[in-house]
Design a protein around this ligand. Structure first.
Ligand SMILES: Nc1ncnc2c1ncn2[C@@H]1O[C@H](COP(=O)(O)OP(=O)(O)OP(=O)(O)O)[C@@H](O)[C@H]1O
Length: 283
């Protein structure tokens, strides 16, 4: 199928036929959710979600517990499937692939390729405890990207330096503070050179005095013009500083979105106003 063709597609889970959008047209957003439905049992977590992120944009998702924020990131990272709808990442369907001119549910190889677009930083760091910091960072570049050990080690050094941990390469995660572990996790994600970085409440497992060092690293990354960032956080002041756009999620839909000065400081929607009452005003 060329870039102007359209085709009918089967939903990855239901097999239902859905219309396929145009591929990779110029100026397309790097992330595009179209009428995405995600259910866990009887609960509809994403309810026909339409959501887009442009290349290089820094977008923060806020919202009450259970509103589907983490699910959006986990679906992008292919850790959760979708029940219906279509997602495009970098102009390609994420959960579908082309076969004989039709979009069909994606196979493992397609998902593996698509994952290379994204790096994710989790709440709980998720480092390999039995590997040194260096090995945590070189593992995927060697085994997934096929880099030589020497090249991967060079990369690890570069990104450890970026997160201010160059001298800790030979330590094990248990020898580091939570803030340092999270910075290693950021270096590990960056070492795959993703176009998109996903952050899922990266500071919520940290003691308050360790939050700043992680936010500083993320803030520095936000200065990277080409890196697209999608961040779930409850750090409203931080969201205000780094975001081009803030999306307020509730019950699997975007209730309000716009520049941080609007959504976080002078929200239009009552639900956004109610939610933000629980936080210190980020003005
Ligand atoms: N693997 C799963 N199995 C069953 N239910 C799940 C699963 N993952 C998430 N859920 C449910 O989906 C809903 C949305 O979860 P999600 O983690 O996306 O919310 P969230 O907005 O990120 O919330 P929080 O701020 O508490 O992390 C919740 O009701 C949650 O219990």
């Amino acid at each position: 199928m060329n870039s102007t063709d359209t085709a009918n597609t089967a939903s990855p889970e239901t097999g239902q036929t859905i219309a396929a959008p145009d591929q990779a047209a110029a100026g397309e957003p790097i992330i595009k959710f179209e009428k995405v439905i995600k259910r866990f049992g009887d609960i509809t977590v994403l309810d026909e979600l339409d959501f887009q992120v442009r290349k290089g944009e820094k977008v923060t998702i806020i919202g009450p517990s259970g509103s589907g924020k983490s699910t959006v990131l986990r679906i992008l990272m292919t850790l959760e499937t979708i029940n219906d709808g279509v997602i495009h990442v970098a102009g390609k369907p994420l959960w579908h692939e082309e076969k004989d001119g039709r979009l069909v549910p994606a196979g493992e190889e397609h998902l593996r390729e698509m994952r290379k677009e994204m790096g994710m930083v989790f709440q709980q760091f998720n480092l390999f405890p039995h590997m040194t910091v260096r090995r945590n960072i070189t593992e995927a570049p060697v085994h997934v990207l096929g880099l030589s050990k020497a090249k991967a080690a060079e990369r690890a050094e570069k990104y450890l330096d970026l997160v201010g941990l160059a001298e800790h390469a030979d330590k094990f995660p248990s020898q580091l503070s939570g803030g340092q572990q999270q910075r290693v996790a950021i270096a590990r994600a960056l070492a795959m050179r993703p176009n998109i970085m996903l952050f899922d409440e990266p500071t919520s497992a940290l003691d308050p005095e360790l939050v700043g060092e992680v936010l500083n690293v993320i803030q520095r990354l936000a200065g990277e013009h080409d890196l697209t960032m999608l961040l779930v956080t409850h750090e409203m002041q931080f969201a205000k500083q780094i975001s081009d756009r803030v999306c307020f999620f509730d019950k699997g839909r975007i209730v309000e979105e716009g520049p941080p000065e609007q959504v976080l400081v002078a929200p239009h929607e009552t639900r956004t106003q109610e939610f933000l009452k629980g936080f210190i005003n980020p003005e």
